[in-house]
Design a protein around this ligand. Sequence first.
Ligand SMILES: Cc1cc2nc3c(=O)[nH]c(=O)nc-3n(C[C@H](O)[C@H](O)[C@H](O)COP(=O)(O)OP(=O)(O)OC[C@H]3O[C@@H](n4cnc5c(N)ncnc54)[C@H](O)[C@@H]3O)c2cc1C
Length: 448
Amino acid sequence: MKHFDAVVIGAGPGGYEAAIQLGKAGVKTLLIDKSKERIGGTCLNEGCISTKNYLESAGYASKAPYFQECGLDMSINGFDLARLREKTVSLKNELRSGVVWQLDGAKVEMMYGFASFVDAHTLDVSGETISFDKCIIATGAKVREVSALPLDGKRIVSSSDLFELETLPKSIAIVGGGAIGCEFATFFSAFGVEVTLIARGTQLLSAEDEDVAKALLRAFKKNGIKVMTSSAVKKVEITEQGVELDVSGEIEEKIKCELVLCAIGRDPNTEDISIDNAGVQRDAKGFITVNDAFQTVQKHIYAIGDCIDTPAYAHTAYAEAKIAAVNIINGSETVNTHITPSTIFTNPQIASCGLREKEAKEQGIAIEVKKAFFKANAKAKINGDDSGFVKMIVSPQNDIILGASIIGVEATEVIHEMVIAVEKKLTASELTSMIHVHPSVSEIIRYL
Ligand SMILES: Cc1cc2nc3c(=O)[nH]c(=O)nc-3n(C[C@H](O)[C@H](O)[C@H](O)COP(=O)(O)OP(=O)(O)OC[C@H]3O[C@@H](n4cnc5c(N)ncnc54)[C@H](O)[C@@H]3O)c2cc1C
């Protein structure tokens, strides 16, 4: 039986980052995933990288009318989805080799197979037994499935299945008004696909600021996306031409489309790994329960990333991986003191961090709201989109910045300044008086 100081299950952003940190510190580390192609996890294979590469092309398509305005006599003579798919596969391969290079450099051993616990110090990996002193579970999450929308990979598909498409559908119904649903609505509508977005909640992106969600709704409607909020699919029928959905909510309607994307959420991958054998616990939703130092009830077993109940982002997984690795290396119980920015790569982009206005109201926290609009920002105009705004939440007692929400061009970049401000407890006057480059999108912060 092979023995390791540390074993990491899952080679997504959480798992590979933790393994690299451990390996670099001289810890004899094994990283396990189902296959070599899974290195990079959801993020690389069917999440962040694939979606953002697809959305980049969508962004070019959406900008075509603006290029004309700028004197560029360009026309789009079609869109070859199969080619974009190929380009995405080669990008993924390139990035995966970068991760493998880092793992090799850190002398991390790799093993391919399905890992499950035999006991609190032993794993079965597709028939081979491995023992360990410490373990990090980083098994991520999987597409949520519901019987009302049975996935068949052809007419009713998951976000992962979409990356297998070689041609665009004429129409798509997207069920789910979260980040994944909204990003795919952006992608398909940019290429003229008829998009219907069906959301259960009263607003899109239920966790985000209400004004931001309203602005996104306006932008979606302007781009021809049909949005049905407070709505649910009651019946699904596969026909020769596509799918018919009975949708009920504010209005009852039959939606006919070629394809349905089911984007109703993701569930942690914790069911099949026999964690009971290790004495590790899960909560009612299936998330592994951990303390602030990412230790499970078995203190030598840690869990990070999408398999625990923290924001499901690759950047969260990276941060948690570093902390769990440090705790293993130093025998410490360091906790995560960082705030997690939320980002949605719609058109326009959305990002937020810290306290949101509605949370402050719900929690009875006194706040001052400062708002600035991209209409007054020269660089946003130069970029061809001056829609949107930045909303900053400030404490009226001491001017300290508590949070921010942004919708607009480059929101997913501008948010970093706000992350620093919230994390380092800067005051609004400290942040706004900083010299910002002119013209830049970020100088919108100067107007707050
Ligand atoms: C469509 C989509 C778009 C997204 N866009 C973004 C984005 O723009 N930005 C962002 O930050 N996040 C994004 N995310 C979320 C991001 O992908 C995840 O938060 C991130 O991948 C979580 O990392 P992880 O390491 O916890 O798990 P994962 O990346 O899911 O990796 C888990 C790995 O564990 C392996 N595994 C599972 N069980 C076992 C087992 N028993 N044995 C061996 N191996 C196992 C899996 O094969 C997998 O490779 C997106 C997700 C989706 C689905």
